[in-house]
Write a protein of this length. Structure first.
Length: 288
């Protein structure tokens, strides 16, 4: 910890977690690879928790929790506490919306290490996509031993519990989170040939979509660093037809987005609401 703080004080861009030495002094039984990875992750998580304040000081691009919540004033995002304008520099950590139900990379590196790497890359925010399949899944993550090879203690979790752990790992290092309902059924997004162009599908109707927004907003109500909700990814033409804006039809995204925003803000009033335009978020002509 001293090394982290010392390096950070000398040069904020050199915020580096010292490598954890191999377990040569551990008892023989603890040299098992899975046990070693588990101990390694726990130690890293503890170090990161202890160093949160130091990280915020040493990484000035992070938005400290004392400046939260955020709000909008005209075109700007500002601190609701100080009124100071803030810039969200977000990376999109995709994967949990796909069939594996896991944010990408956890088969290569521990969760906490990836979160720390995002800080070192000078981002201050993570957009975290997920599917409705993930929210309502039962059982464990598919092929968990491979998908979570570097976090064996996470392999028994359900997909939603794993998503919880991912959110926590991100916010523990001082990053903000924007939740993103990417798709309903787990799959790659996006094309005009799928059934995911609207915010509802034949499997997950609009009422289920609205219900899940309430659930997810409530779930992260007490984590101040979960600051935003991107209600749906890239509304577009698809097999279910063409979305509209403001015509009052069953495909009216403006109307649905308002209903969704109400659901989120009832649970967490300080949440930023992000609503995309039509046609893969590129058409904003009808937005008022």
């Amino acid at each position: 910890l001293d090394a982290i703080c010392r390096n950070s004080t000398e040069d904020p861009q050199r915020l580096v977690t010292p490598p954890i030495p191999p377990p040569r002094h551990l008892p023989v039984m603890a040299r098992d690879h899975g046990r070693y990875l588990q101990l390694r992750r726990k130690l890293l998580a503890w170090l990161l928790l202890q160093a949160t304040a130091a990280i915020e000081t040493a990484a000035p691009w992070l938005i400290p929790v004392s400046e939260l919540p955020l709000e909008t004033r005209g075109p700007h995002v500002v601190s609701a506490v100080s009124g100071q304008q803030k810039t969200l520099a977000c990376v999109n950590w995709y994967g949990a919306h796909m069939e594996m139900l896991v944010s990408n990379g956890l088969n290569r590196r521990p969760l906490a290490e990836i979160a720390q790497s995002i800080v070192e890359l000078r981002f201050n925010c993570v957009r975290l996509p997920y599917s409705l399949d993930l929210v309502y899944a039962t059982g464990q993550v598919p092929n968990a031993s491979a998908a979570l090879a570097y976090d064996p203690e996470l392999q028994e979790l359900s997909p939603l519990e794993l998503f919880d752990a991912t959110v926590k790992a991100i916010t523990d290092v001082g990053l903000l989170v924007i939740l993103n309902n990417h798709v309903s059924s787990s799959m790659w997004c996006c094309s005009s040939g799928d059934s995911e162009g609207l915010w509802y599908t034949s499997e997950y109707g609009e009422s289920v979509w609205l219900e899940h927004l309430t659930s997810m907003a409530s779930r992260y109500r007490d984590d101040a660093r979960v600051v935003g909700f991107d209600l749906r990814n890239e509304i577009r033409d698809g097999l279910q037809g063409e979305p509209s804006w403001g015509d009052g039809s069953t495909r009216d995204w403006a109307q649905a987005a308002q209903k969704g925003a109400v659901r989120v803000l009832r649970e967490k009033p300080e949440m930023l609401i992000i609503i995309s335009g039509l046609s893969y978020s590129m058409y904003l002509c009808d937005v008022r």
